[in-house]
Design a binder for this molecule. Structure first.
Ligand SMILES: C[S@@+](CC[C@H](N)C(=O)[O-])C[C@H]1O[C@@H](n2cnc3c(N)ncnc32)[C@H](O)[C@@H]1O
Length: 208
C-alpha cells in the first residue's frame, strides 16, 4: 500500500471500529507469549502496539505508507514496550540476517504485492527457531465462497489499497520455510462490506 493515500486515510478512520468488533481480541491472541526482539511487517497505524506483552524487549515496526506511518508513530505512546517505527517494505526488510526472535504479520500478507518475497525476507531476519505470528484473512476453504472471492478480487484491490481476498497465506508461509505450529481458522467480519474477506487464520509458524 506504499502509495494508496485515500485507502490509508479510510483505514486510519475505520479500523479502530473493527477493534471493538473483535479485531482487538484477535490481536491479543496473536501476540500472547511473545518474547525478545520482534519485527512487525506492515504495521499500518500501529493498532497492534497496545497488545504486545511486556515480555517483548523491542518492536521494530516496518510501514511503507507515509500517512499510516505517522499514525503508527503516534501509537508508539500506547505501547507497553519500546517500539521503533521505520519506513520500509517487506520485500526488502531494513534488518540484518537472523536478528529477530519473532516476526508479526497482521492483516498484511493480503496487501503485500509479492508475499513470497516478503516471507523469504521474514525468514532471513528471524533466528532459526524464531516465531512468525500471523493473523490474516484468506481464501475460503468452501469452493463456492472461494469462487466468489476469485470473482470479486478483480476489483477489490483497486478499492482496498491493493488487498486481495483470495490469498492462500498459510500454504505460502509453509512454502517459505516455516513449520505451522498452530493455526485456527474462523469467519470474522467486523462490518457487512468486509464479507468477502471473512475467512481468517490466526496462529504461529516456526522458522526452520
Ligand atoms: C490492512 S493494512 C493492516 C495494517 C496493520 N498490520 C493492522 O493489523 O492493522 C495492510 C498494511 O500492509 C502494508 N503494506 C502494503 N504493502 C506492503 C509492503 N510491500 N511491505 C510492507 N507493508 C506493506 C500497508 O501499508 C498497510 O499498512
Amino acid at each position: 500500500m506504499s502509495s494508496h493515500p485515500v485507502f490509508a486515510r479510510l483505514y486510519g478512520r475505520f479500523a479502530p471500529a473493527a477493534e471493538q468488533a473483535g479485531t482487538g481480541e484477535h490481536r491479543d491472541e496473536l501476540l500472547a507469549g511473545l518474547r525478545g526482539r520482534v519485527i512487525e511487517v506492515g504495521a499500518g497505524s500501529g493498532l497492534c502496539f497496545a497488545h504486545y506483552p511486556n515480555t517483548v524487549d523491542e518492536v521494530v515496526a516496518i510501514e511503507p505508507e507515509p500517512y499510516l506511518r505517522r499514525l503508527a508513530e503516534k501509537a508508539v505512546g500506547v505501547a507497553p514496550i519500546p517500539v521503533r517505527v521505520i519506513a520500509g517494505t517487506a520485500d526488502n526488510l531494513p534488518a540484518d540476517d537472523e536478528s529477530f526472535d519473532a516476526a508479526v504479520a497482521s492483516l498484511v500478507l493480503c496487501s503485500i504485492p509479492d508475499p513470497r518475497r516478503a516471507l523469504e525476507e521474514i525468514h532471513r531476519v528471524l533466528h532459526p527457531g524464531g516465531s512468525l505470528r500471523f493473523y490474516e484473512h484468506v481464501r475460503s476453504s468452501d469452493p463456492r465462497q472461494a469462487h466468489f472471492q476469485d470473482r470479486i478480487d478483480g476489483i477489490w484491490p483497486f478499492f482496498c489499497g491493493g488487498c486481495h481476498v483470495n490469498r492462500e497465506s498459510e500454504s505460502a508461509i509453509s512454502a517459505a520455510g516455516f513449520s505451522i505450529e498452530r493455526s485456527r481458522r474462523f469467519d470474522f467480519r467486523p462490518c457487512a462490506i468486509a464479507a468477502p474477506a471473512s475467512p481468517h487464520i490466526i496462529g504461529e509458524a516456526v522458522r526452520l
